[in-house]
Design a protein around this ligand. Structure first.
Ligand code: ADE
Length: 230
């Protein structure tokens, strides 16, 4: 089993990279792929950079060049659901690219035109393992639901209301949907696990800076638990 782990930013992977028994690194498309073992499991850990294009390129490299058996995406996200607050965890069971818009042709917002699916579904077994990995997570709530992604940092109450109404989303971020899309096309099982850093509202950028370190600590613990379960 070769587990691909993607984070968008250095901060999101810093703690996890401290746990890897590093065997080698490889630089591709400006991304450093770290190969090694965590608790005896083969992992490739990579920072993809921010946004959907970076995340998609990274996932395709993991598929083509490094033949990963599954992809796990971790990081922070804006909380959307009524009760989803900073510190909480959202495990995606499916993802949609909220900024995809061909409504002019009669498509729903988020539908990738001419694709055979509206949402990109996470692997059921990986979602179960992610839930299990959160079992001892007592301080905050753990949710399973839809995560939406777009090339936008959301800091706008009207926009989060729209994301909730249109997509029933629990969290928003900027990579998961394109990782899911790419993994789907390559038939690689995937899951996205996000820690909430803000509520995507007017104070989002301030909350984001405050809660990011807490959120990153929890997602690292969860990820390590999860690696043990795979
Ligand atoms: N990642 C963390 N918070 C976010 C937000 N509010 N919008 C988009 N991506 C995020």
């Amino acid at each position: 089993m070769n587990i691909g782990i993607i984070g968008a930013m250095d901060e999101e992977l810093e703690l996890l990279l401290k746990k890897i028994e590093l065997e080698k690194t490889e630089d591709k498309a400006g991304m450093i792929f770290n190969f090694g073992k965590i608790n005896n499991k083969n992992v490739v850990i990579v920072r993809c950079g921010i946004g959907k294009v970076n995340a998609s390129i990274c996932t395709q490299i993991l598929a083509d060049d490094f033949k990963v058996d599954c992809v796990i995406n971790v990081g922070v996200a804006g909380g959307i659901g009524k009760n989803v607050y900073p510190g909480d965890i959202v495990i995606a069971n499916n993802l949609v690219e909220h900024d995809m818009d061909t409504t002019a042709f009669g498509d729903k917002h988020g539908q990738v035109p001419r694709m055979d699916t509206f949402d990109f579904k996470c692997d059921k077994a990986l979602v179960e393992k992610a839930k299990e990995a959160c079992k001892n997570f007592k301080d905050y709530n753990v949710f399973v639901g839809r995560i939406v992604s777009g090339d936008q940092f959301i800091a706008d109450v009207d926009k989060i209301r729209w994301l909730e109404k249109e997509f029933g989303a629990m969290a928003c971020e900027m990579e998961g949907g394109s990782i899911a899309h790419t993994a789907y096309l390559n038939k690689i099982p995937f899951v996205v696990i996000r820690s909430i850093s803000d509520n995507a509202n007017n104070g989002a950028s301030m909350d984001y800076e405050k809660f990011k370190p807490i959120a990153i600590k929890s997602s690292t613990v969860i990820l390590e638990n999860m690696i043990n379960l795979i």
